[in-house]
Design a protein around this ligand. Structure first.
Ligand code: HEM
Length: 364
């Protein structure tokens, strides 16, 4: 429900009080690390102001003080895009059942290299979209080389291609910090990966992606890296199963943001580093983890990770019957794409020397 005007918010007053007092809203799960640029949490004073407003009968304020509502449909959340690509035809999402991941390759027909400072994915049928990932497929990549273009198909498997942007509910679009950008080589294509979750109503989804270019060569190139573990088995009923993954950075990188990803049994996720002298530090702890909120935690200040820094991600899973989201506590759970299987991936955006690409870091 939109809460942009007094008329829209008024009927929800009691639910709003409840959501903000219990800190269910705005959604935010960082329990350590940061500070984070996109932390939307309300201050104690703001929460008290909302409580007092509801207790006073949720009165209307002075009209002249009201901000102008900005609605989702009214354009992009990034600056006006230089290039917009749209799925050539809508994809029919059925009312029920599971839909395999769908892929759609959109050629961009760019004749020169571009630097992308912002990118946004706009689904057509938001309520049926669990996530969309937009990958940059370099022209010489063997990945999906012979797949059809401009039409949806099913595919599996992994790629080393860079990620341009991710859409999940509540996710901010990709906006690079000043002087930084993602590289789009001449002839590159976008590969969109769709995870649809049928919601009881048949929907047609026609997604667009908007890209903002800069003419200036950036001082840093932004790469989306990931470290994950796909070799785990979570025993039935285990309330606190721990999975880790680690690696040593082969080159200097500026850490920009972190995006932990698990499924319904995800309980907590932590990003830690060990600096050269052996000192441990927590970069981000997400606890409790909620599958419903796939959020990106953007650092207020980029953080230098010198070459040789050891990175370690830890995930905890709750496969017990006390986890209300658990689809089946009797199951031995391993890696898989659907929500009833599990994943353990820690994505992280870094800014690096513009001459480097993903092969200079963790490829997978
Ligand atoms: C101060 C800011 C916010 C207030 C007052 C607020 C208020 C609320 C309320 C009253 C509900 C209904 C809770 C219920 O069913 O009991 C709700 C649900 C929801 N809100 Fe917010 N919200 C805020 C910020 C946000 C933000 C920033 C996002 C997205 C990033 C968001 C996304 C949602 C979603 C997706 C739901 C449905 C969740 C569910 O059904 O579990 N809200 N919000």
């Amino acid at each position: 429900m939109p809460l942009l005007t007094y008329q829209e918010a008024r009927p929800w007053a009691k639910a709003i009080r409840q959501a903000v007092v219990l800190k269910k809203m705005p959604p935010w799960f960082a329990a350590a690390g940061g500070p984070f640029h996109n932390n939307p949490s309300l201050t104690t004073k703001e929460i008290e102001t909302i409580e007092a407003w509801v207790e006073a009968g949720a009165p209307r304020g002075a009209g002249k003080d009201a901000p102008k509502p900005v609605r989702w449909q009214e354009g992009w959340n990034i600056p006006s895009p230089d290039l917009v690509v749209t799925a050539p035809k809508p994809f029919p999402v059925p009312a029920s059942g599971a839909v395999d991941y769908q892929f759609l390759i959109l050629p961009l027909r760019t004749l020169e290299d571009h630097w992308v400072t912002a990118a946004e994915i706009r689904p057509g049928a938001r309520s049926a979209v669990h996530h969309i990932v937009a990958y940059i497929r370099d022209p010489d990549s063997p990945w999906l080389k012979d797949a059809p273009r401009n039409q949806a198909f099913r595919a599996e498997g992994v790629t080393t291609s860079d990620i341009l942007a991710i859409y999940t509910p509540g996710q901010a679009p990709f906006v690079a910090p000043e002087g930084m950008a993602k590289k789009l080589r001449a002839g590159a294509e976008l590969v969109l990966q769709f995870h649809y979750t049928p919601n009881g109503r048949a929907e047609m989804d026609q997604t667009s992606v908007g890209l903002v270019f800069t003419g200036k060569a950036p001082a840093k190139r932004v790469l989306t890296l990931q470290m994950g573990n796909a070799e785990f088995h979570i025993p039935p009923g285990d309330p606190n199963y721990r999975v880790t993954v680690g690696g040593t950075l082969p080159n200097d990188a500026l850490l920009l943001s972190m995006f932990p990803h698990m499924h319904l049994r995800g309980k907590a996720f932590e990003y830690d580093l060990t600096a050269e002298g052996g000192r441990d530090e927590t970069l981000l702890r997400v606890a409790p983890y909620s599958f419903q909120w796939q959020l990106n935690y953007i650092l207020e200040q980029p953080r230098l990770l010198p070459k040789g820094t050891h990175l370690r991600w830890t995930a905890w899973f709750d496969n017990s019957a006390s986890n209300p989201s658990n689809p089946d506590p009797a199951k031995d759970v391993s890696y898989g794409e659907q929500s009833w299987d599990e994943m353990m991936i820690g994505f992280f955006d870094v800014a690096v020397d513009p001459k480097l690409d993903k092969s200079a870091f963790f490829v997978r």
